[in-house]
Each structure stands twice: as C-alpha cells, then as structure tokens.
Design a protein around this ligand. Structure first.
Ligand code: UT7
Length: 332
C-alpha cells in the first residue's frame, strides 16, 4: 500500500425536467398507481426529452456542475470514467463525448459497462488509479438514458426505470477517510434473466429484430429479484464482517435503487434501521448507473467526515458488489 487512499471529495447531479408519474403510466399500459407503489416503491421518474439528446448530455451537465462546485479546472482532470448501459453510440465511448462537452481535453477517458453495478465497479477502478499516486483528479460519472432502451408497451419494465446522471470527484488523501475495502463479483450465467436481445454482434439490428421489439430491456423480474436480494445482502454483510463493522457503526447504506423491497431486505440482513439507508427510488426509479451517486448527492448534507458508508449494488451480468468507505468531508 502506498499510504494514499482515494476519497470522494465532491459530487453533483443532473436530472432532466420531464417527470413521468405513475398516473401517466396508467394511461400508457395496463397498470395501477397502487401496483407500482406497493411492488416497487416508485412514484415518479425523470425522462430526457428532445431529439438528439443522449446520455452524454446529462453526464456533461453533472460533470460541469461538479467542476464548478469543486473549483477544479477541466484541464486538471487526469481520468474520466463513465459507467453506462446506454452509451450515446457504440463507439466512441460516452466518456470521450462527456469530456469534450465539459471542456476536458486530453484526459484518459473510457466507459465501463457493469449494468447496475457500474458505479461500484467504476469507483473501485478509479480508486486504484488514485492509490497508485499517478492520478490526482479522477471523475466517475454514472449516467443512463434508460428511456432509450425501454419498451413503453411492456408494463413489466416500463414502470421501473428513469433517466439521470451523477458525477463524483475522486482525489488522493493521506487522512483516515476514503475507500477502504471492496468486493466486486460477477456470474455471466445471469445474462439469461436480464439482457437486450439484439443490437450487439450476435444479433445486429435488422427489420426482424425491430419488429420483434428486441432492442429493449428484457428482464425476468422474479428471478432477478431473488438473486438481487441474496447477492446484494451477502456481499454487504461480508464487507461488514471483514471490516469488523456492526450495524451501529454504519452511518449509511447506499443501495442500488431497483426496488424498495430489495432495499428493505438488504437493510434487514445488515441489521440496519430505516434511517441508516439512503432511499430516493420513489422520485427517480431505477436510473441504473446513476442510482448510487444520486443518493449520495441527495444525502450530501447529512454526511459527515469520517462516517462509515457502505455502497452496494446488483445488476445485469449478473454483476454485484459493495464498497466500504469513510466519508471525506462535512456538509458545507
Ligand atoms: O436493477 C437491476 C436489477 N433489477 C432488479 O433488481 C429488478 C428485480 N425485480 C423486481 O424488482 C420485481 O420482480 C418486479 C418489480 C420487476 C416485479 O415485481 P414482482 O412482485 O416480482 O411481480 P411479478 O413479476 O411476480 O408479477 C406479479 C403479477 C403478474 O400478474 P399475474 O401473473 O400474477 O396475474 C404480473 O403480470 O403482477 C403483474 N404485473 C403487473 N401488474 C400491474 C407485472 N408488472 C405489472 C405492472 N402493473 N406494471
């Protein structure tokens, strides 16, 4: 170990203006406000409208806000990682496009795709660059325009997802704060339960794939639910145990926001009280790569320097993981 830790030192978010309510969804598919609320906890989600607008537009807004808030000059940024499952294009990387739109020139930048675990995977990756001593200003941006891959005639998925972006600045520290431990895992057998059928190299786009509505999220909800609860809870409990953390030692669990029932089950396995769990799924739905930093952003004023925080996620792949960090700054 170099004695250097990586700490989140600033955060900013962007949510598009349009708010899609459960009542509006009632007019679109055979669903009810009551079903959505009781089965998922979601009330509203934000949707990015406008031709030619993509994930990078939201990501760039979050990054510009972050640079302004932290007083960092765009030219100082060494590395920008974007985690997304809805890149603007197959290539170039959305990270390259966000960097350009935010005025960041010549930085090392690339995308990570680990579905809903993307922010955990990316923060861990960013931390290793910072811990090496070579990278001083690293940005991780979680951004997804989920509305671009959702079938708004499929009631099983269209009620769940929303659009949004959030970015964190990761910097070196020698204080007793920052990222302390992580567990990141995957098991590709899970791809059968959650994937997009066409558009990749196995099944490139064709009239047939469009007619068969294969360019949308395909999810076997119940199967994914089961694995999400057990894997997210296991990994969160494991990281507590190996860092000798009791439930009272934890200021906040920051769980991926896919379903309130999954969040409740994970919190219960960790022995946490509701007030120790960051929850905003009711407002944003599942924004995939943006859920965890959006929570950190919303709860920023409640976080104090030295607070023990556990981030935890599960997603397509399957991928899952947890990060244990000590929060690095007090509310301003
Ligand atoms: O973020 C990445 C990972 N993703 C997740 O973690 C999501 C995990 N899965 C889930 O959150 C839940 O499985 C869902 C929210 C997707 C579904 O909830 P569920 O309690 O597992 O419902 P279900 O799929 O077992 O469906 C129960 C019933 C079915 O009707 P029948 O067969 O009992 O008549 C569904 O057709 O609810 C029906 N249903 C709906 N009804 C009204 C499914 N979607 C809807 C809907 N409105 N939107």
């Amino acid at each position: 170990m170099s004695g250097i830790r990586a700490a989140i030192t600033a955060i900013d978010s962007y949510l598009p203006d349009y708010v899609l309510t459960n009542h509006e969804l009632e007019q679109m598919v055979d669903t009810t406000e009551e079903w959505i609320t009781t089965r998922t906890g979601i009330k509203t989600r934000h949707i990015l409208k406008g031709n030619g607008k993509g994930t990078s537009d939201m990501g760039a807004e979050a990054v510009k806000g972050l640079l302004k808030k932290s007083g960092v000059d765009p030219n100082e940024v060494d590395l920008l990682i974007c985690c997304t499952v809805t890149p603007d294009m197959k290539f170039p990387a959305t990270a390259n496009i966000i960097s350009d739109k935010a005025g960041i020139k010549n930085a090392f930048s690339y995308d990570i795709n680990a579905a809903c675990s993307g922010f955990i995977y990316s923060l861990v990756t960013a931390s290793k660059f910072v811990e090496s001593g070579q990278y001083k200003k690293v940005i991780v941006v979680g951004a997804d325009k989920m509305s671009s891959i959702i079938d708004y005639t499929d009631r099983q998925t269209c009620v769940l997802f929303g659009d949004g972006a959030s970015a964190v600045l990761v910097e070196p520290t020698t204080e007793d704060v920052g990222v302390i431990d992580h567990i990141c895992q995957s098991d590709g057998f899970g791809r059968v339960h959650l994937h997009m059928k066409a558009g990749g190299s196995v099944k490139p786009p064709s009239y047939e794939t469009i007619d068969a509505r294969e360019h949308y999220v395909y999810q076997e909800g119940q199967a994914v639910f089961k694995f999400a609860v057990s894997n997210m809870a296991d990994v969160s409990v494991d990281i507590m145990k190996r860092n000798n953390l009791g439930s009272d030692d934890i200021a906040f669990l920051v769980p991926h926001q896919a379903n309130l029932r999954i969040i409740d089950a994970v919190g219960k396995r960790m022995g946490l009280d509701k007030k120790q769990i960051m929850i905003n799924i009711q407002r944003y739905g599942n924004t995939t790569n943006a859920t965890i930093p959006l929570c950190l952003s919303d709860y920023e004023n409640q976080l104090k320097k030295g607070d023990n925080v556990i981030l935890s996620a599960f997603g397509g792949g399957f991928t899952w993981g947890a990060v244990y960090l000590k929060w690095a700054y007090d509310p301003s």
